[in-house]
Write a protein that binds this ligand. Sequence first.
Ligand code: NAP
Length: 493
Amino acid sequence: MAPSFKPVEPFDIVVFGGTGDLALRKLLPGLYHRDLDGQLEPQVRIFGAARGTLTREGYQKMVREALKQFVKEADLERAKVDAFIERLQFVRVDASGDAGWDDLRAALEEGTPNDIRVFYLAVGPGLFGTICKKLAEHDLRTPGTRIVIEKPLGTDFASAQAINDAVGEHFEEHQIFRIDHYLGKESVQNLVVLRFANRLFEPIWNATAIDHVQITVAEDLGAGERAGYYDQSGATRDMVQNHILQMLCLVAMEPPASLDADALRDEKLKVLRSLRPIVGDDVRSKTVRGQYRGGAIDGKPVPGYLEELNGHVSTTETFVVVKAEIENWRWNGVPFYLRTGKRLPSRHSEIVIQFKSVPHSIFGEATGGLTANRLVLRLQPNESVKLFMTIKDPGPGGLRLRDVPLNLSFAETFHIRYPDAYERLLMDVVRGNASLFMRKDEVAAAWRWIDPIRQGWEDFNMTPKLYAAGSWGPTDATALIARDGRNWYEDAI
Ligand code: NAP
């Protein structure tokens, strides 16, 4: 049975950067899908804003093309697409200048404006503060206004604070939605449900039963044409500070008193503040930096990172491993191995909760031996949740044990479409539900943990180790976990 969706309150949304990649690939297709499922009331209006010279028709044509490219053909119902396109307007605004702001206000005030007004800043973070200031100066804020911003939220603690301060000068914290799209993924939310809606897991969700946790975000693509941009950030800032630490928080947090946004975020913050700082010699033993050189993916040769940078010398890491430890009762002695990189053998993200083995095995070698349980949450591709259990191999051929996954995925069982993370998050912004968005103190705490690691790399001159594109990173990454008598779950792919 297809799920039914309740419409959200009518809203106006202005997408700054409405002609950019994020808007055309994710935000507008996401809004289209919500429209298709009946969640957008007829009064909903969508405004694209950018500096380019475009007519309304020109913009509508651009978005129609984007839908063709980024929405599955089966979901492109002619009448629905036409109705969605009719919602679109375009306003030429230069976010860093004075041109266009009055036109934007006029467009928003025309007809019957909706009480809920969302400004989505799909532009570089350098413009966040300026846009907020202009919105205030040009009287574009209403009580129902929300502002949405996204990574990169700074490059370190100080720059993140500067962004938060600049936005916070004009908007209350409850109006600011800092998107981390990983939190909108179905399987990430399922993690919270699995933990807190089932009696089964919570009593063993601790150092007594869990051996370690692995969080991997692997990409097979390289930095490619965006290498110049990527070079300013690198794997740690791009992935670990935000997505990976947010996932770690959801795995590790104490049960919140409710799903209320602040109750949840208070618990996540406690985790971030309990992370053992990685400083001094620990930087050498608990982190690995890598950078891909040329290699092959799926048998096809691919260039190295420096070649993509046209030979420019760079010590930016395209791969990183961090062994994180949480200093509290629940997680004492349970490492969280965090790993992310570009040009790895496949594109997949997953969280592996590795349980301990049973204290004593009554099964002899001939049975095939025991494998400890593990819970694997696959975030992409094909979101899924699997609990690996040991069962008896069926049949009379003697007692043999087998490790099999118990599939806990709703979508695979019922063949429904998993909505893209942005779809849910956009609807949550409209609803004013900030549970899945980062509060400013979380962003600050994450940077406070990351900054000393980066400082340590500089102090020890720890330049990235090279790894061949198409491999699982430098051998140091294998050595780091092997020193603890463990290995990466590449076989779970
Ligand atoms: P993009 O493709 O370069 O698009 C940038 C958009 O901003 C364009 O519409 C551009 O149009 C507009 N713009 C630039 N300067 C402007 C100004 N002064 N006033 C008004 N509009 C302006 O970039 P993107 O990939 O969409 O990314 C946008 C932001 O989101 C970046 O900070 C990026 O890091 C972040 N982000 C992107 C993704 C993604 O999947 N793409 C994911 C997460 C985060 P005009 O040049 O015509 O003004």
